[in-house]
Write a protein that binds this ligand. Structure first.
Ligand SMILES: [Fe+2]
Length: 360
């Protein structure tokens, strides 16, 4: 072998050595779940205090936002609080571990691998109903992963859309999960999506967010019409302007919480539809991005009322919301339906990878 050939050969060997990458497979296992009320943002069940007389005082119901100042009053008085969890603890534990690894992963390839595990985890509960899951499970896992409003911000939210806190926690969780399914891997983007869900209606306060207005929101969501009848002129104006006003309030008061400032403008589309009949802009399918499409889909499909958060109330939730409902074609783009359905339905090739990383 000539000198040059010999040098080339050694380069080739070095190249080969460099290209063989021995990566430990990512292993994620569920751990026993420790439920600490002070670290919880939304209650995973009923939280109560039993008086010496035996009378039970209920402090929070399933899915209630846990206002720490209220909770502290009981803890400072040395009251022992108890919790009756309504979640699937094994399922939540695995979801928490998957999301934790996803958020901590620095390499894109690791994130992509964990994403497969997350989709399989979601498919088991919220598509195929192989696990008994509720909205509460999803809200809990996503809140523990993404919720990071400061106390000051919570006070501002408490003044405005308190009534919708429970719903926002589910909307935010669904957006994050469907965002992962669609292929968004950027943790900051997903965290932003989670937080802007709490800001959709932040221009409505306890005065303007009347029972009338919530009924109107529900009527508009359900059938796109007949929402005006029960509203006064000023309520109509509040109703029609609240998307724009909420985006503007979010921009001035919650900018620290949103790392992508442009996303704040997506708040404006949360009452749009994809057939030109939403408000305030009357957008159509070809005029919206995938993220806007997800916001429109999720906000239009989840009711404003009757969120009782019972155990197992959301098995196959995503499948049902994507396949059933009279107004479905007005809120779900063909593109999103195709991508999401494909990710949930065609998992055979990814199943082995999930088994490997989830330690099942
Ligand atoms: Fe709204």
């Amino acid at each position: 072998m000539s000198k040059n050939q010999s040098e080339n050969a050694s380069f080739l060997l070095e190249d080969e050595e460099e290209s063989v990458e021995f990566r430990e497979p990512i292993s994620i296992e569920s751990k026993p779940l420790v439920l600490n009320i002070m670290e919880m943002h939304f209650s995973v069940g009923q939280i109560f205090w039993t008086m010496t007389s035996g009378k039970r005082i209920n402090l929070f119901n399933s899915g209630d936002w846990i206002q720490k100042s209220y909770l502290n009053k009981f803890l400072k008085a040395n009251k022992t609080l108890e919790i009756e969890p309504q979640i699937n603890e094994h399922y939540c534990s695995l979801g928490l571990e998957l999301f934790k690894s996803f958020v901590e992963a620095e390499e894109e390839s690791d994130k992509a691998e964990i994403r497969e595990g997350l989709i399989e985890w979601l498919a088991k509960g919220y598509w195929n109903a192989e696990e008994e899951v509720g909205m509460l499970d999803l809200a809990f896992v996503c809140a523990q992963t993404f919720y990071s409003f400061s106390e000051e911000e919570e006070d501002l939210l408490f003044e405005s859309s308190t009534e919708l806190f429970k719903r926002s926690s589910v909307i935010g969780s669904m957006l994050v999960c469907l965002g992962v399914v669609v292929g968004y891997l950027d943790t900051n983007l997903l965290r932003d999506l989670y937080h802007i869900s709490f800001l959709f209606d932040c221009s409505l306060d306890e005065v303007t967010l009347s029972t009338n207005l919530i009924s109107a929101l529900e009527n508009e969501r359900n059938n796109g019409s007949e929402w005006e009848e029960a509203l006064s002129e000023s309520e109509k104006e509040t109703f029609l302007n609240h998307s724009k006003n909420s985006a503007s309030r979010a921009s001035s008061l919650f900018s620290k919480r949103i790392s992508n400032p442009g996303l704040v403008h997506f708040i404006e589309v949360h009452h749009e539809k994809i057939n030109g009949k939403g408000f305030p802009l009357g957008l159509r399918e070809g005029e919206i991005s995938d993220i806007e499409g997800l916001i429109i889909f999720v906000n239009n499909r989840l009711p404003f009322r009757d969120l009782n958060f019972e155990r197992g109330d959301a098995s196959s939730l995503f499948k049902n919301l994507m396949e059933r409902g009279a107004q479905l074609e007005t809120v779900l783009t063909k593109r999103l339906k195709k991508i999401i359905t494909n990710e949930f339905e065609n998992r055979d090739s990814d199943h082995a990878k999930y088994l490997e990383i989830s330690g099942v």
